[in-house]
Design a protein around this ligand. Structure first.
Ligand code: 13P
Length: 344
């Protein structure tokens, strides 16, 4: 009998990203998305403003206590802080692992109106070599799965996105980079939580079928899914309902060999995203670490406090550290809403 071992370097990085009490900051907004975020606080999206904002987040003292890794955008992984230090180096000094978004965005899916497919495979092998040279140890690729009645998503959409996710993941592992595999079932719509459950299970089954077929090592990857929620226009489910439905779905679809599941926040408020993660972790023990890889839910209060003004950097950093600490508590199910008022 041969002993089949996974690539221990990949496994080590994957496990470090879901270390107890810590999670990932998604700061990989594309130019279009960061412009929307800046518009909301009346700040122009210039290269310097984007740098200043991300520098504020990354230099937050103590961030490394709660943040294991940061997902960067192509522009950011090449940028230097105002004192000339590469932003990647600032993260490394904090003990934070740099990662990189490598997809080039979701585009309309041919012959399936209302559905999307994510692009970015062309030249990916070469880009991964370059990103590894720039310090990236993990990567992200996001697939977008819309829900519209019983018609959407089609199996065609689930399959092409799963195929692309698996091709990306295999290329990453070949280059020694941990792939974060993100099939996001969107919250937009008025569907029930049961419909989200069904679509999320179908999407995860399609994704893991392809990952297996394309020889991706489950031990050296992370899954970044949505939580199972009712559509945005439907109203809210309690953290207990979300936790029950989400864990039930993952138990049917996510192999136990996957070290961690790192949720996206997807448009939940920052407090909801923390409370829902906490409710899931109160239900342990589970086969995988359940953690966060939040964009909006980690950044929203900090962005509001900053407002593009240097004088507000301290306030922005306090707001960021506070959210990071509360999500760190949710990793062990030890968050309580009372902690919200104690802004650091
Ligand atoms: P949100 O947490 O804002 O959904 O962003 C996470 C992310 O990286 C989406 O790809």
């Amino acid at each position: 009998m041969s002993t089949v071992r996974s690539n221990t370097d990949l496994e080590e990085v994957a496990r470090a990203l879901v270390a107890p009490g810590k999670g990932i900051l998604a700061a990989d907004e594309s130019s279009g998305t960061i412009k929307k975020r800046f518009d909301s606080i009346g700040v122009e999206s210039t290269e310097t403003n984007r740098r200043d904002y991300r520098e504020m987040l990354f230099t937050t003292e103590g961030a490394g206590d709660y943040i294991s890794g940061v997902i960067l955008y192509d522009e950011t992984i090449r940028q230097k802080a105002s004192d000339g230090t590469p932003l990647v180096e600032i993260l490394q000094r904090q003990g934070i692992i740099p990662g990189i978004k490598v997809d080039t965005g979701a585009k309309p899916l041919a012959k399936s109106p209302g559905e999307m497919v994510t692009e970015g495979l062309d030249g990916l092998r070469e880009r991964l070599v370059e990103y590894r040279g720039l310090g990236a140890k993990f990567a992200k690729w996001r697939a977008v799965i819309n829900i519209d009645g019983d018609r959407i998503p089609t199996q065609y959409c689930l399959d092409v996105n799963a195929h692309a996710l698996a091709r990306y993941a295999a290329l990453c592992q070949e280059e020694g980079i941990v792939p974060i595999v993100e099939p996001e079932v969107m919250m937009e719509g008025n569907h029930t939580i049961e419909r989200c459950y069904q679509v999320t299970c179908d999407s995860l089954h399609a994704t893991f079928d392809e990952l297996y077929a394309q020889r991706v090592e489950f031990e050296g990857m992370l899954l970044k899914p949505n939580m199972v929620l009712p559509g945005k226009d439907r109203g809210k489910a309690s953290p207990d309902e979300v936790a029950d439905a989400t864990i039930r779905c993952f138990k049917t679809a996510v192999p136990a060999a996957v070290p961690g599941i790192v949720f996206l926040s997807g448009g939940q408020s920052d407090e909801e995203a923390t409370a829902n993660l906490d409710a899931m972790n109160k239900r342990g023990p589970l086969p995988w670490q359940l953690s966060f890889s939040y964009g909006r839910a980690l950044q929203a209060p900090s962005l509001k406090a900053w407002k593009g003004d240097k004088a507000n950097v301290d306030a922005g950093q306090r707001a960021f550290l506070h959210r990071a600490r509360l999500n760190g508590a949710a990793r062990s199910g030890s968050y309580s809403p009372d902690m919200e008022s104690g802004a650091a």
